[in-house]
Design a protein around this ligand. Structure first.
Ligand code: PMP
Length: 405
């Protein structure tokens, strides 16, 4: 499939504007991506024509929107290659999915003295919920380190697993180092010890084809807004056997079968985990975003984004005063760096005035910054609609920043 960058850019109205009189260059896609017209339009149309609470009304609108919601579930199922639609739980995002799972898994399986393994490169949302669980249960958090290139030291993981390990939680792709982790190998290692694995796919799903059955992970999470969908949407995938075994993390409407003051029984999957009125319009919008991604072509997007990555890294290296964090052999399309003797925040402010949106700070991964002994750095994260010319503009911007300070 050929990749038509002009057509892609035309599909994203936000990119057509100027900021401070300059064309907008949006390099903060690791934080959130922009929305293509089909997503904007379906959310608008649903609000105009079909809004009605799902799974409740027997009326026309209720049935229409319920059908669209369940079709959205099937779209997500196919997208990540889950075995069953009811293994897809709609959530408010990666953070919500991990917090929910940490509660449910913790209730059922984690006791005093047990252990959870995470990695040193995790986003705070795959650290703090596990730390909170360990605090509640008197369990222990163990951390797999990465080397200075940003590669996980998997030989250390082998020595950390034991009979007390209840879960390994690992990111598929890093939001600071860009490393794509060998999650399939990690899962197969873990399964040899009967340990389930959660994969945080927030940064992989927009860039890499995902097949949860091939990966064989037990849980997989991602956010809709990072994959061109609406905010407040996301997914918790779990293998049926695990979702059946763990209790719900929220009680309320829809997630029940019968309720008396003495006893409540829970609804079947996936509804057991979808308490209350969900963000059904958002979920349908997220599925539309995924259809857009698929119709644009996952592989051609990946080729384009890898081009951007390599071009940016080479150009940054050529400057001679840039430190890049993360040199793993397999990387997703983002780069974090610092400019010698310049505070990231100052650089970010100046680039912003040139219409270039990059991210500065710790990127919700303070332990990664601690690893390198820095307070923060600069991140440029690329999406399907970015261009080599935009990278040239960023490089020119960095040269100006260097001259100014
Ligand atoms: N994990 C990773 C790897 C991320 O990059 C992010 C967002 N930066 C999250 C989790 C959290 O996602 P959200 O804020 O959408 O819940």
């Amino acid at each position: 499939m050929s990749f038509d960058i002009k057509k892609v850019r035309d599909d994203f109205p936000i990119l057509q504007q100027r900021v401070y009189g300059k064309p907008l260059i949006y390099f903060d896609n690791g934080a959130t991506t922009q929305k293509p017209l089909p997503v904007i339009e379906i959310v608008n149309t649903l609000h105009r024509q079909s809004n009605s609470s799902i799974h409740r009304g027997i009326h026309y609108l209720g049935e229409q929107v319920t059908e669209a919601y369940e079709n959205a579930r099937k779209t997500i199922q196919k997208f990540i290659h889950a075995a069953q639609p009811h293994e897809i739980i709609f959530s408010a995002g990666t953070t919500a999915s991990i917090n929910g799972l940490a509660f449910s898994l913790g209730e059922r399986f984690v006791r005093e003295g047990d252990e959870i393994i995470i990695t040193e490169m995790e986003h705070h949302s795959n650290i703090v919920p596990w730390q909170m669980l360990c605090g509640r249960k008197n369990a222990r958090l163990k951390v797999v380190p990465f080397d200075d290139n940003g590669v996980l030291q998997l030989e250390k993981l082998e020595t950390m697993m034991n009979r007390k390990t209840r879960l390994i939680a690992v990111m598929h792709a890093s939001n600071t180092l860009a490393t794509i982790n060998p999650v399939k190998d990690i899962v197969s290692l873990a399964h040899r010890h009967d340990i389930p694995v959660l994969v945080d796919g927030a940064q992989s799903v927009p860039h890499i084809p995902v097949d949860v059955q091939d990966m064989d992970c037990d849980f997989f999470v991602f956010s809709g807004h990072k994959v061109y969908g609406p905010t407040g949407t996301g997914v918790l995938y779990g293998k049926e056997k695990w979702l059946d075994m763990i209790p719900p993390f929220q009680g309320g409407g829809e997630m029940v079968d019968s309720v008396t003051f003495e006893k409540t029984t829970y609804n079947q999957l996936p509804y057991k985990f979808e308490a209350g009125t969900t963000n059904y319009i958002g979920a349908i919008g997220m599925a539309k975003a995924i259809e857009y991604l698929l119709s644009t072509g996952l592989r051609s997007i990946a080729v384009h984004e890898q081009n951007l990555l390599h071009y940016a890294v080479n150009k940054l290296d050529e400057l001679g005063y840039i430190t890049i964090y993360g040199r793993a052999p397999l990387k997703t399309s983002l780069v974090t760096f610092s400019i010698s003797h310049i505070h990231p925040y100052d650089a970010g402010m100046v680039l912003d005035k040139m219409g270039i949106a990059i991210r500065t700070g710790t990127h919700c991964a303070q332990p990664v910054m601690q690893h390198y002994g820095i307070e923060g750095n600069i991140r440029a994260s690329f999406a399907m609609y970015n261009t080599l010319d935009e990278i040239d503009s960023m490089i020119e911007g960095i040269k100006k920043v260097k001259l100014m300070f």
